[in-house]
Design a protein around this ligand. Structure first.
Ligand code: FAD
Length: 309
């Protein structure tokens, strides 16, 4: 079903998965009774699949989307980036998605591979990609775009980033999926600011399940420079693994117990965060499933978001 049509009526609930690099990973995700089959039992409106930097995993990305499409259980949404793509590449690749019945795209600039200063493609920014998709494919695609409540890490200013979001809307984007944000005061400020700037697109909130200290620190710092709110920091401090949570053989004799306790506290924190998002003017919750079922099932069931559908 078209996501725009659903968002016009009610809030959505969706997952994000990534294309595994190995055949074993693909098997775990796509086989009968695998992770996708389990995710369908939660009845998501859509499942999106990421697109690797430089388009390294295009084949596997399409294979995963094919599985979702064939299941008929959720709308498949592909991520797509400007990285390394000429206009001809984009035209051809997007036509291939349409040929496979995938007509929803999250149009992104893409993460620049280490050492790159630009996309090495015909487009520098997502705004240009959105414009091109609309011009070439008219309304054949529903187009989502990224939004950063704290401002994209490379933006000149939050105001400049909001202007870019408005430009994405003017160029034909339909809805927004947000980058991680644990700072609810900032999220609410951003919501007010984008609405004042004329951004009327529905806002689908991207939520990463908090399950490990190392993973949380990496998510916050490796790409996005997310602010960690006091409550999250308290949980991290409480269950800190000495000497540090990245150590494969920590000295901390309570490491295993702390990992388990942090996971439980982190999932409950994620649920509280979702409660706060749901009290805002949002159009949906988009859970980064990380190709796992148990964590998102716990969150979906205990937060009540399964009842959105
Ligand atoms: P843009 O909107 O193009 O913005 C990039 C930067 O340029 C911003 O700082 C912006 O303010 C600035 N800017 C934009 N337009 C202009 C302009 N005209 N003039 C001057 N400055 C401008 N990455 C992947 O590689 N693969 C994925 O599958 C993937 N999935 C994602 C899913 C979600 C939900 C999100 C939120 C992000 C995802 N990303 C993915 C990461 C994303 O590609 C990065 O955040 C990337 O650095 C920026 O992408 P963007 O589309 O926001 O870029």
């Amino acid at each position: 079903m078209n996501i725009n049509d659903i968002m016009a009526k009610r809030r959505t609930f969706s997952f994000e998965v990534f294309p595994p690099k190995s055949d074993i990973g693909m098997e775990k995700l796509c086989r009968e009774g695998g992770v996708l089959d389990k995710l369908y039992t939660l009845a998501p409106d859509y499942i999106s699949c990421t697109y690797g930097s430089g388009g390294t995993n295009v084949g596997k990305n399409l294979e995963v989307l094919d599985c979702i499409k064939k299941s008929g259980k959720a709308t498949p949404v592909t991520h797509f980036t400007c990285i390394g793509n000429t206009k001809d590449d984009i035209r051809e690749k997007l036509q291939t998605y349409l040929d496979h019945g995938v007509d929803h795209v999250l149009a992104l600039r893409g993460d620049l591979p280490f050492g790159w200063t630009g996309t090495n493609g015909d487009f520098r920014y997502a705004t240009e990609l959105v414009k091109f998709i609309r011009r070439e494919f008219d309304d054949k695609f529903t187009i989502a775009v990224a939004g950063s409540p704290e401002g994209h890490v490379q933006c000149r200013s939050l105001e400049a980033d909001i202007a870019v979001l408005k430009q994405k809307q003017d160029n034909g984007a339909d809805y927004v999926i947000t980058q991680l944000c644990w700072n609810m005061d900032q999220f609410r400020r951003w919501m007010d600011a984008i609405r004042k700037a004329g951004v009327t697109m529905p806002i689908d909130v991207g939520v990463m399940p908090i399950t490990s200290i190392a993973g949380t620190l990496t998510n916050a710092l490796s790409h996005n420079a997310c602010v960690m709110d006091r409550r999250l920091c308290e949980i991290i401090t409480k269950y800190w693994i000495f000497p540090n949570p990245y150590d494969p053989e920590p000295l901390d004799k309570f490491a295993a117990q702390k990992r388990a306790d942090f996971r439980k506290a982190g999932l409950d924190y994620t649920i509280e965060l979702i409660d706060q998002y749901r009290a805002c003017d949002i159009a949906g919750i988009h859970l980064y499933a990380m190709n796992r079922y148990d964590d998102v099932a716990y969150i979906a069931n205990n937060s009540g978001i399964v009842d959105l559908v």
